[in-house]
Design a protein around this ligand. Structure first.
Ligand code: SF4
Length: 370
Protein backbone atom coordinates (compact mmCIF):
# COMPACT_ATOMS: atom_id res chain seq x y z
CA UNK A 1 0.00 0.00 0.00
CA UNK A 2 1.27 3.49 -0.83
CA UNK A 3 1.07 5.70 2.21
CA UNK A 4 1.02 8.99 0.38
CA UNK A 5 -1.64 11.57 -0.23
CA UNK A 6 0.69 14.22 -1.72
CA UNK A 7 0.25 16.47 1.32
CA UNK A 8 3.39 16.41 3.45
CA UNK A 9 1.72 17.26 6.77
CA UNK A 10 -0.87 14.54 6.28
CA UNK A 11 1.63 12.00 4.99
CA UNK A 12 3.99 12.59 7.93
CA UNK A 13 1.09 12.17 10.34
CA UNK A 14 -0.11 8.98 8.66
CA UNK A 15 3.39 7.47 8.77
CA UNK A 16 3.76 8.29 12.46
CA UNK A 17 0.35 6.83 13.31
CA UNK A 18 1.19 3.66 11.40
CA UNK A 19 4.47 3.50 13.34
CA UNK A 20 2.45 3.44 16.55
CA UNK A 21 2.86 7.06 17.60
CA UNK A 22 0.02 8.98 19.24
CA UNK A 23 -0.48 12.38 17.65
CA UNK A 24 -0.80 15.38 19.97
CA UNK A 25 -2.56 18.75 19.99
CA UNK A 26 0.12 20.42 17.85
CA UNK A 27 -0.31 17.69 15.25
CA UNK A 28 -4.09 18.01 15.40
CA UNK A 29 -4.00 21.76 14.86
CA UNK A 30 -1.61 21.38 11.92
CA UNK A 31 -3.81 18.68 10.41
CA UNK A 32 -7.11 20.49 10.70
CA UNK A 33 -5.65 23.32 8.59
CA UNK A 34 -5.01 20.92 5.67
CA UNK A 35 -7.36 20.39 2.70
CA UNK A 36 -10.28 18.00 3.16
CA UNK A 37 -9.34 15.68 0.30
CA UNK A 38 -5.80 15.03 1.58
CA UNK A 39 -7.07 14.51 5.14
CA UNK A 40 -9.76 12.12 3.95
CA UNK A 41 -7.23 10.11 1.97
CA UNK A 42 -4.84 9.94 4.94
CA UNK A 43 -7.59 8.98 7.37
CA UNK A 44 -8.79 6.30 4.99
CA UNK A 45 -5.30 4.78 4.92
CA UNK A 46 -5.21 4.71 8.70
CA UNK A 47 -8.70 3.21 8.94
CA UNK A 48 -7.69 0.44 6.53
CA UNK A 49 -4.75 -0.46 8.76
CA UNK A 50 -6.53 -0.30 12.10
CA UNK A 51 -10.08 -1.34 11.25
CA UNK A 52 -11.49 -4.58 9.83
CA UNK A 53 -13.29 -3.11 6.82
CA UNK A 54 -16.63 -2.99 8.59
CA UNK A 55 -18.91 -0.28 9.86
CA UNK A 56 -20.26 -0.93 13.35
CA UNK A 57 -23.91 0.02 13.86
CA UNK A 58 -25.46 0.86 17.20
CA UNK A 59 -29.00 1.88 18.00
CA UNK A 60 -30.65 3.73 20.88
CA UNK A 61 -33.99 4.07 22.63
CA UNK A 62 -35.16 7.26 24.27
CA UNK A 63 -36.22 5.51 27.45
CA UNK A 64 -37.18 8.65 29.37
CA UNK A 65 -37.92 11.83 27.45
CA UNK A 66 -37.89 15.53 28.19
CA UNK A 67 -38.27 17.67 31.32
CA UNK A 68 -34.54 17.54 31.97
CA UNK A 69 -33.38 20.10 34.52
CA UNK A 70 -30.16 20.80 32.60
CA UNK A 71 -29.81 23.58 30.04
CA UNK A 72 -27.65 22.09 27.26
CA UNK A 73 -28.21 24.63 24.49
CA UNK A 74 -28.59 22.12 21.66
CA UNK A 75 -31.09 19.85 23.39
CA UNK A 76 -34.84 19.73 22.87
CA UNK A 77 -35.24 17.69 26.04
CA UNK A 78 -34.23 20.49 28.38
CA UNK A 79 -37.05 21.87 30.53
CA UNK A 80 -35.42 25.29 30.05
CA UNK A 81 -36.60 25.50 26.44
CA UNK A 82 -40.04 25.35 24.87
CA UNK A 83 -39.60 22.79 22.11
CA UNK A 84 -42.98 21.06 22.20
CA UNK A 85 -41.62 17.52 22.37
CA UNK A 86 -43.47 14.61 23.96
CA UNK A 87 -42.28 13.97 27.49
CA UNK A 88 -42.64 10.70 29.38
CA UNK A 89 -41.19 8.82 32.34
CA UNK A 90 -39.08 5.66 32.11
CA UNK A 91 -40.64 3.30 29.56
CA UNK A 92 -40.12 0.21 31.71
CA UNK A 93 -37.93 -2.86 31.13
CA UNK A 94 -40.29 -4.69 28.74
CA UNK A 95 -40.62 -1.79 26.31
CA UNK A 96 -36.87 -1.26 26.38
CA UNK A 97 -36.40 -4.93 25.56
CA UNK A 98 -38.85 -4.65 22.62
CA UNK A 99 -36.81 -1.77 21.25
CA UNK A 100 -33.59 -3.76 21.69
CA UNK A 101 -35.04 -6.70 19.76
CA UNK A 102 -36.03 -4.38 16.91
CA UNK A 103 -32.49 -2.98 16.88
CA UNK A 104 -31.07 -6.51 16.84
CA UNK A 105 -33.27 -7.45 13.88
CA UNK A 106 -32.06 -4.33 12.06
CA UNK A 107 -28.38 -5.26 12.46
CA UNK A 108 -27.27 -3.21 15.46
CA UNK A 109 -24.29 -4.65 17.33
CA UNK A 110 -25.01 -2.61 20.41
CA UNK A 111 -28.08 -1.05 21.95
CA UNK A 112 -28.10 2.08 24.09
CA UNK A 113 -30.65 2.87 26.81
CA UNK A 114 -30.81 6.66 27.01
CA UNK A 115 -32.59 8.81 29.58
CA UNK A 116 -32.98 12.59 29.63
CA UNK A 117 -31.36 13.38 32.94
CA UNK A 118 -28.38 15.10 34.44
CA UNK A 119 -27.96 11.75 36.15
CA UNK A 120 -30.14 8.83 37.15
CA UNK A 121 -29.85 8.77 40.91
CA UNK A 122 -29.91 5.50 42.79
CA UNK A 123 -30.08 7.41 46.06
CA UNK A 124 -32.92 9.79 45.16
CA UNK A 125 -34.99 7.66 42.77
CA UNK A 126 -34.28 4.06 43.75
CA UNK A 127 -37.39 2.65 41.99
CA UNK A 128 -36.41 4.16 38.68
CA UNK A 129 -32.82 2.99 39.16
CA UNK A 130 -34.00 -0.56 39.79
CA UNK A 131 -36.17 -0.50 36.67
CA UNK A 132 -33.22 0.66 34.55
CA UNK A 133 -31.01 -2.07 35.99
CA UNK A 134 -33.74 -4.61 35.22
CA UNK A 135 -33.90 -3.31 31.63
CA UNK A 136 -30.12 -3.79 31.31
CA UNK A 137 -30.45 -7.36 32.59
CA UNK A 138 -33.26 -8.14 30.16
CA UNK A 139 -31.40 -6.83 27.12
CA UNK A 140 -28.24 -8.63 28.24
CA UNK A 141 -30.06 -11.93 28.74
CA UNK A 142 -32.54 -11.92 25.87
CA UNK A 143 -30.61 -10.49 22.93
CA UNK A 144 -27.22 -11.15 21.34
CA UNK A 145 -26.28 -7.51 21.17
CA UNK A 146 -24.11 -5.57 23.58
CA UNK A 147 -25.71 -3.25 26.10
CA UNK A 148 -24.87 0.42 26.31
CA UNK A 149 -26.46 3.13 28.42
CA UNK A 150 -26.47 6.88 28.61
CA UNK A 151 -27.77 7.74 32.05
CA UNK A 152 -25.97 11.03 32.68
CA UNK A 153 -23.59 11.63 35.56
CA UNK A 154 -22.68 8.60 37.70
CA UNK A 155 -21.30 8.14 41.19
CA UNK A 156 -18.54 5.60 41.66
CA UNK A 157 -20.97 3.15 43.30
CA UNK A 158 -23.49 3.51 40.47
CA UNK A 159 -20.79 2.87 37.86
CA UNK A 160 -19.65 -0.24 39.70
CA UNK A 161 -23.19 -1.59 39.95
CA UNK A 162 -23.95 -1.01 36.27
CA UNK A 163 -20.75 -2.80 35.27
CA UNK A 164 -21.51 -5.73 37.56
CA UNK A 165 -24.97 -6.02 35.96
CA UNK A 166 -23.36 -6.57 32.58
CA UNK A 167 -23.42 -3.10 31.07
CA UNK A 168 -20.71 -3.32 28.41
CA UNK A 169 -20.46 0.32 27.37
CA UNK A 170 -21.23 3.72 28.81
CA UNK A 171 -22.04 6.73 26.63
CA UNK A 172 -21.41 10.21 27.94
CA UNK A 173 -20.55 12.84 25.38
CA UNK A 174 -18.30 15.76 26.20
CA UNK A 175 -20.05 17.70 23.39
CA UNK A 176 -17.21 20.16 22.70
CA UNK A 177 -13.94 21.52 24.07
CA UNK A 178 -13.39 22.50 27.68
CA UNK A 179 -13.12 26.14 26.52
CA UNK A 180 -16.40 26.18 24.60
CA UNK A 181 -18.45 23.98 26.94
CA UNK A 182 -19.66 26.86 29.18
CA UNK A 183 -21.09 28.56 26.08
CA UNK A 184 -23.32 25.53 25.60
CA UNK A 185 -24.10 24.25 29.12
CA UNK A 186 -24.59 26.37 32.24
CA UNK A 187 -25.96 23.89 34.76
CA UNK A 188 -23.01 21.52 35.06
CA UNK A 189 -19.30 21.54 34.34
CA UNK A 190 -17.07 19.93 31.78
CA UNK A 191 -15.17 18.26 34.59
CA UNK A 192 -18.41 16.65 35.85
CA UNK A 193 -18.59 14.84 32.53
CA UNK A 194 -14.95 13.76 32.60
CA UNK A 195 -15.38 12.45 36.14
CA UNK A 196 -18.26 10.23 35.07
CA UNK A 197 -16.29 8.90 32.12
CA UNK A 198 -13.40 8.00 34.41
CA UNK A 199 -15.73 6.31 36.88
CA UNK A 200 -17.33 4.24 34.12
CA UNK A 201 -13.92 3.27 32.80
CA UNK A 202 -12.57 2.38 36.23
CA UNK A 203 -15.65 0.19 36.75
CA UNK A 204 -14.64 -1.78 33.65
CA UNK A 205 -16.96 -0.42 30.99
CA UNK A 206 -15.85 0.62 27.51
CA UNK A 207 -16.48 4.26 26.79
CA UNK A 208 -18.44 5.90 24.02
CA UNK A 209 -17.87 9.65 24.18
CA UNK A 210 -17.99 12.28 21.50
CA UNK A 211 -18.99 15.68 20.29
CA UNK A 212 -21.53 17.79 18.46
CA UNK A 213 -20.14 19.74 15.53
CA UNK A 214 -21.62 23.01 14.32
CA UNK A 215 -22.58 24.65 17.62
CA UNK A 216 -20.38 27.67 16.89
CA UNK A 217 -17.11 26.10 18.10
CA UNK A 218 -13.83 26.76 16.28
CA UNK A 219 -11.63 24.17 14.54
CA UNK A 220 -9.27 24.50 17.52
CA UNK A 221 -12.15 23.54 19.85
CA UNK A 222 -12.78 20.45 17.71
CA UNK A 223 -9.16 19.39 18.04
CA UNK A 224 -9.12 20.14 21.76
CA UNK A 225 -12.20 17.97 22.32
CA UNK A 226 -10.49 15.05 20.57
CA UNK A 227 -7.32 15.54 22.61
CA UNK A 228 -9.39 15.58 25.80
CA UNK A 229 -10.87 12.22 24.77
CA UNK A 230 -7.39 10.81 24.14
CA UNK A 231 -6.66 11.42 27.80
CA UNK A 232 -9.71 9.42 28.85
CA UNK A 233 -9.36 6.44 26.52
CA UNK A 234 -12.49 5.71 24.52
CA UNK A 235 -13.47 2.87 22.22
CA UNK A 236 -16.22 4.72 20.35
CA UNK A 237 -16.20 8.37 19.28
CA UNK A 238 -19.65 9.54 18.18
CA UNK A 239 -19.71 12.63 15.98
CA UNK A 240 -23.04 14.45 15.88
CA UNK A 241 -23.70 17.34 13.55
CA UNK A 242 -26.06 19.89 15.05
CA UNK A 243 -29.64 19.58 13.88
CA UNK A 244 -30.97 22.92 15.14
CA UNK A 245 -34.15 22.51 17.17
CA UNK A 246 -36.70 25.33 17.25
CA UNK A 247 -37.05 26.67 20.77
CA UNK A 248 -33.45 25.96 21.82
CA UNK A 249 -30.79 28.68 21.85
CA UNK A 250 -29.38 27.12 18.66
CA UNK A 251 -32.75 26.71 16.97
CA UNK A 252 -32.82 29.82 14.81
CA UNK A 253 -30.72 28.36 11.98
CA UNK A 254 -31.48 26.06 9.10
CA UNK A 255 -28.50 23.84 9.68
CA UNK A 256 -25.31 23.46 11.68
CA UNK A 257 -22.70 26.23 11.74
CA UNK A 258 -20.12 24.09 9.99
CA UNK A 259 -19.49 23.46 6.30
CA UNK A 260 -19.47 19.99 4.77
CA UNK A 261 -15.70 20.08 4.10
CA UNK A 262 -15.16 21.04 7.74
CA UNK A 263 -17.27 18.08 8.84
CA UNK A 264 -15.17 15.71 6.71
CA UNK A 265 -11.93 17.29 7.88
CA UNK A 266 -12.95 16.86 11.51
CA UNK A 267 -13.90 13.23 10.99
CA UNK A 268 -10.53 12.60 9.31
CA UNK A 269 -8.55 14.35 12.04
CA UNK A 270 -10.45 12.40 14.69
CA UNK A 271 -9.49 9.16 12.93
CA UNK A 272 -5.83 10.22 12.96
CA UNK A 273 -5.98 11.22 16.63
CA UNK A 274 -7.96 8.08 17.60
CA UNK A 275 -6.75 5.37 15.21
CA UNK A 276 -8.04 2.49 17.31
CA UNK A 277 -11.51 3.84 18.18
CA UNK A 278 -14.71 3.43 16.23
CA UNK A 279 -15.27 6.89 14.76
CA UNK A 280 -19.04 6.88 14.66
CA UNK A 281 -21.28 9.10 12.56
CA UNK A 282 -24.41 9.87 14.56
CA UNK A 283 -27.16 12.48 14.74
CA UNK A 284 -27.66 15.23 12.21
CA UNK A 285 -26.08 13.55 9.18
CA UNK A 286 -29.36 13.32 7.26
CA UNK A 287 -29.99 17.04 7.75
CA UNK A 288 -26.51 18.31 7.02
CA UNK A 289 -25.35 15.93 4.28
CA UNK A 290 -27.23 15.34 1.02
CA UNK A 291 -28.32 11.77 0.23
CA UNK A 292 -25.49 11.35 -2.28
CA UNK A 293 -22.91 12.66 0.24
CA UNK A 294 -23.67 10.37 3.15
CA UNK A 295 -21.04 7.79 2.21
CA UNK A 296 -18.26 10.41 2.23
CA UNK A 297 -17.55 10.22 6.00
CA UNK A 298 -16.81 6.50 5.52
CA UNK A 299 -14.22 7.45 2.92
CA UNK A 300 -12.71 9.90 5.42
CA UNK A 301 -12.02 7.59 8.33
CA UNK A 302 -15.42 6.88 9.90
CA UNK A 303 -16.21 3.23 10.70
CA UNK A 304 -19.27 3.41 12.93
CA UNK A 305 -22.83 4.62 12.67
CA UNK A 306 -25.86 5.23 14.84
CA UNK A 307 -28.69 3.62 12.92
CA UNK A 308 -32.45 3.91 13.33
CA UNK A 309 -34.19 6.76 15.07
CA UNK A 310 -32.56 9.32 17.35
CA UNK A 311 -33.94 10.51 20.64
CA UNK A 312 -36.74 12.66 19.30
CA UNK A 313 -36.14 12.78 15.57
CA UNK A 314 -36.63 10.15 12.97
CA UNK A 315 -33.49 8.59 11.56
CA UNK A 316 -32.92 6.75 8.34
CA UNK A 317 -34.04 3.24 7.66
CA UNK A 318 -31.29 0.77 8.69
CA UNK A 319 -31.43 -0.69 5.16
CA UNK A 320 -30.45 2.72 3.81
CA UNK A 321 -27.54 2.87 6.22
CA UNK A 322 -26.25 -0.49 5.00
CA UNK A 323 -26.42 0.74 1.41
CA UNK A 324 -24.45 3.84 2.40
CA UNK A 325 -21.70 1.69 3.95
CA UNK A 326 -21.58 -0.44 0.83
CA UNK A 327 -21.31 2.63 -1.39
CA UNK A 328 -18.09 3.44 0.51
CA UNK A 329 -16.79 -0.09 -0.11
CA UNK A 330 -17.41 -1.25 3.46
CA UNK A 331 -19.72 -3.83 4.97
CA UNK A 332 -21.69 -3.90 8.22
CA UNK A 333 -20.00 -5.34 11.26
CA UNK A 334 -21.57 -8.66 12.28
CA UNK A 335 -19.13 -9.70 15.00
CA UNK A 336 -21.72 -9.79 17.78
CA UNK A 337 -25.03 -9.94 15.95
CA UNK A 338 -24.77 -12.14 12.86
CA UNK A 339 -27.66 -10.64 10.94
CA UNK A 340 -28.38 -10.83 7.23
CA UNK A 341 -27.76 -7.42 5.60
CA UNK A 342 -29.75 -8.41 2.50
CA UNK A 343 -32.79 -9.16 4.68
CA UNK A 344 -32.58 -5.77 6.36
CA UNK A 345 -32.32 -4.04 3.00
CA UNK A 346 -35.20 -6.10 1.61
CA UNK A 347 -37.35 -5.27 4.63
CA UNK A 348 -36.82 -1.62 3.87
CA UNK A 349 -37.70 -2.03 0.21
CA UNK A 350 -40.83 -3.99 1.13
CA UNK A 351 -41.89 -1.38 3.65
CA UNK A 352 -41.34 1.68 1.51
CA UNK A 353 -40.32 0.88 -2.06
CA UNK A 354 -40.27 4.53 -3.12
CA UNK A 355 -37.79 5.66 -0.49
CA UNK A 356 -34.34 6.16 -1.95
CA UNK A 357 -31.17 5.98 0.12
CA UNK A 358 -30.81 8.99 2.33
CA UNK A 359 -34.24 10.46 1.78
CA UNK A 360 -35.79 9.68 5.16
CA UNK A 361 -37.24 12.82 6.63
CA UNK A 362 -36.50 14.35 9.97
CA UNK A 363 -39.19 16.12 11.94
CA UNK A 364 -36.37 18.28 13.26
CA UNK A 365 -37.77 18.57 16.74
CA UNK A 366 -34.70 17.28 18.44
CA UNK A 367 -31.84 14.84 18.10
CA UNK A 368 -28.52 13.96 19.59
CA UNK A 369 -27.54 11.59 22.28
CA UNK A 370 -26.89 12.67 25.81
S1 SF4 B 1 -28.22 16.78 26.78
FE1 SF4 B 1 -28.87 15.39 28.46
S2 SF4 B 1 -28.37 16.55 30.35
FE2 SF4 B 1 -28.37 18.05 28.66
S3 SF4 B 1 -30.49 18.90 28.62
FE3 SF4 B 1 -30.43 17.19 27.16
S4 SF4 B 1 -31.12 15.42 28.31
FE4 SF4 B 1 -30.55 16.99 29.82
Amino acid sequence: MVYETGNQTVDDAVRRVLDGETLDRTDGLALIAQPADALAAGADLVRREFSDGTVDACSIVNAKAGDCAEDCGFCAQSAHFDTGIDTYGFLGPEKVLEAAKRAEADGAQRFGIVVAEKGVSKEHRPDEWNEIVEAIRLVRDETDIEVDASLGLLTREEADELASEGLNHYNHNIETSRRYFPEVVGTHDFDDRLKTLRRAKNAGMDLCAGVILGMGESPTDRVDAAIELQGIGISSLPINILNPVAGTPMGDRDHAAISKPEVLKTIAVYRLLHPESRVRLTGGREVNLAPDEQHLPFEAGADGILTGDYLTTEGQDPGDDIEIMERAGLEPNRAVNEFDPEAVKAKHRDTDPDTAVGTATSNATTELDD
